[in-house]
Design a protein around this ligand. Structure first.
Ligand code: ADP
Ligand code: MG
Length: 353
């Protein structure tokens, strides 16, 4: 039984249809990430799960009970925001203790619990400080400790690391993931950063304009993207569009705009329209034609970006194909004519309309 469940949820702001017929089941103890571009409805979903915002229609349940039937203080759900939302005039100790203080928990129990939280987020010794005397990363640790002190079943996190610089963000990603596994709390995490989502999540819900286009593990989302949007949003993709010409023993011959290609394929029939998605790191090339493929193009440039060499190959219809390599094979240069191909199992087929 899911700990959070959305059934046919719609949300309108005026005539703006922001969440569209959304179904989503979140399992107890899982790290689930809502990933999508700005404005796709991620924050709105979190706010509805938290009970800050009503759905226009549909059902939202937490632990089997409808959200709107519980008062805020009865809910086993807490939220962490990008902006920290700490009380500036209170010390770290009082900020963290807040959720227990308002419940009138005995002082010695609070002291014990705050100590545990300070250890958990590695802020021992900071209890007397005020938030404006701390760095962004430290403030976010205080906000997390404050959200965890009353042992919520579900923690909602809305771009909590968005204000931190890259290095600190990467460190906090690992730390948050460790905390989540240690405490076995369900995390519903919002980000627009695909690398962050891949690093931390058990499952990712990739959203586009109020709809979940793909809900699966990070590796499945990367290796078998369900839609063209997902293929482009997660990592980099080369996408060739065309029609299945022949299917035999799960090997398809496909005519795309740029030429003929082959791939392993199931779930498609002859005559169907298809997007063939090939990641830049598995794209292969040859100076001579390859059997079953007729993708010919001209090397536009080879760029060194530190961790990778990126080559762009312009096809005769103007489409740029990306090839990424960890090491430079050192035999390609601007202006070379080359033939592109791939191992048959390295391409993914996406239904096209
Ligand atoms: P995200 O968090 O993915 O960036 P939001 O959930 O904040 O997206 O917003 C989704 C859409 O809903 C946007 O078009 C936004 O302008 C709109 N929206 C969000 N909150 C409100 C509100 N309180 N009133 C009117 N429109 C809103
Ligand atoms: Mg948002």
């Amino acid at each position: 039984e899911p700990i959070v469940s959305l059934k046919k949820v719609n949300k309108f702001f005026g005539s703006n249809h922001v969440i569209k017929d959304m179904d989503l089941d979140i399992n107890e103890g899982e790290f689930l990430t809502l990933l999508g571009p700005s404005g796709c409805g991620k924050t709105t979903i979190l706010r509805m799960i938290a009970g800050f915002e009503d759905a226009t229609n549909g059902v939202i349940e937490v632990q089997g009970e409808r959200v709107e039937e519980k008062e805020a203080y009865e809910r086993d759900v807490n939220t962490v925001f990008q902006s920290y939302a700490l009380f500036p005039h209170m010390t770290v100790y009082d900020n963290i203790a807040y959720g227990l203080t308002v419940k009138k928990v005995p002082k010695d129990q609070i002291r014990e619990r705050v100590k545990e939280m300070l250890e958990l987020v590695q802020l021992m010794g900071f209890e007397g400080r005020k938030p404006d005397m701390m760095s962004g990363g430290q403030k976010q640790r205080v906000a997390i400790a404050r959200a965890l002190i009353n042992n919520p079943k579900v923690l909602l996190l809305d771009e909590p690391l968005g204000a931190l610089d890259l290095q600190l963000r990467k460190q906090m990603q690992i730390e948050l993931k460790r905390l989540q596994k240690l405490l076995n709390i369900t995390f519903v995490y919002v980000t627009h950063d695909q690398e962050e989502a891949m690093t931390m999540s058990d499952r990712i819900a990739v959203m586009n304009a109020g709809v979940i286009e793909h809900l699966a593990s990070p590796s499945e989302i990367y290796n078998q993207p369900k839609t063209r949007f997902v293929a482009n949003f997660i990592g980099e993709s080369n996408i060739f569009t065309g029609e299945v010409k022949k299917m035999e023993d799960h090997i398809a011959e496909i005519k795309v705009e740029q030429g003929n290609v082959k791939m392993e394929l199931s779930g498609f029939e002859q005559g169907e329209q298809i997007h063939v998605c090939v990641r830049p790191e598995v794209m292969k090339y040859s100076k001579t034609p390859i059997d079953g493929f007729s993708l010919e193009g001209t090397v536009k440039n080879v760029i060194f970006v530190g961790a990778q060499y990126r080559t762009l190959v312009t096809m005769d219809n103007g489409y740029d194909v990306k090839i990424n390599r960890v090491k430079h094979d050192n035999d390609l240069k601007e202006g070379d004519r080359i033939y592109l191909y791939w191992d048959l199992e390295d391409a993914t087929g996406i239904k096209a309309q």
